[in-house]
Design a protein around this ligand. Structure first.
Ligand code: A3P
Length: 293
């Protein structure tokens, strides 16, 4: 394909010229595609993904809105799925020397970015990927495969405080993944950051069940679940040298993925009135599903 300025293909340039656009707070162009706003380079990556990605039945895709606990989910799924290959401990484990974002890479922000065509066929099964794309953008590429999707959701007020981000697609994204988790077109596990904080053991066992690698009684007795939680805990990961001073991932300094962790920091940042307005907006968007989601 012909590649133009900014590494964009003609197809992407054509698409961009037909999409609604807005400026971000720094005056950069954003384009609305399938219900979300993207910079041109991400859009190019998404087009490449949609065109070239071939899902394997054993693939596991971690989906989330930014700042919803993606880093934590990546670490947990990596540790759970590979626990026979890498015993969960605090002495020698890939998570101790590498950022979770290098171990489970983002489709549209990493693998396909800069118009790359990664060779994903080489990767051993099960392949783990992550994305911030909404379900409708992801789904076409998975259509012929029963591969699994885990969606991590977090209270919008904490997401907002974690990083001021465009609110629009949040509700739509959550709602769509929630609905998909009910209908089973692709198996979707809907997880909540707050429940992970509240009952981590229960939630990690639920995650392993869904991924088809349930913890055995022996593993439960010998503390494997607790070891995985400890390995992936905010306290452990945020204090590792690799996550404090290591090289940037997807253009982000590794320490930026670890701020505070936990639930309810919004109370320290949002006024009662701001919180009320946000709740109102979310309620309006989620409509009848609000209480369940
Ligand atoms: P806070 O900014 O509220 O601290 P994402 O990974 O999707 O970018 O989400 C980032 C949020 O998850 C940040 O929230 C970050 O501190 C928190 N986080 C990162 N690693 C975590 C972990 N291991 N356990 C719990 N929370 C974690």
């Amino acid at each position: 394909a012909v590649v133009h300025r900014n590494n964009l293909s003609q197809e992407c340039e054509n698409l961009i010229s037909s999409l609604p656009s807005e400026k971000d707070f720094m005056g950069k162009n954003l384009y609305s595609y399938q219900g979300s706003w993207y910079y041109p380079s991400t859009l190019q990556a998404i087009l490449n993904f949609q065109k070239h990605f071939r899902a394997r039945d054993s693939d596991i895709i971690l989906a989330s809105f930014p700042k919803s606990g993606t880093t934590w989910l990546k670490a947990l799924v990596f540790a759970v799925v590979h626990r026979n290959k890498y015993a969960p401990n605090l002495v020698s484990h890939p998570l101790l020397s590498d950022n979770p974002h290098n171990l489970v890479r983002f489709i549209e922000l990493d693998l396909y970015v800069k118009n790359q065509r990664p060779d994903l066929e080489e990767l051993p099964s099960p392949r783990l990927f992550a994305t911030h794309m909404p379900f409708q953008t992801l789904h076409d590429s998975l259509r012929d495969s029963p591969c699994k999707v885990v969606y991590m959701c977090r209270n919008i007020k904490d997401v907002l405080v974690s990083r001021v981000y465009s609110l629009g697609p949040f509700d739509d994204q959550v709602l769509r993944y929630w609905k998909e988790s009910l209908v089973n077109s692709n198996p979707v596990l809907f997880m909540r950051y707050e429940e992970m904080i509240e009952k981590p053991e229960v939630q990690v066992m639920r995650l392993a069940d869904f991924l088809g690698c349930s913890f055995t009684e022996e593993e439960k007795q010998s503390g494997t679940v607790e070891k995985i939680l400890e390995l992936c805990s905010f306290g452990n990961l945020s204090n590792l040298e690799t996550n404090k001073t290591g090289t940037s991932v997807c253009g982000v300094a590794p320490h930026a993925f670890f701020r505070r962790g936990g639930v309810g920091d919004w109370k320290n940042h949002l006024t009662h009135e701001m919180a009320r307005k946000l709740d109102e907006m979310v309620e309006k968007k989620l409509g009848d599903n609000g209480e369940d989601v």
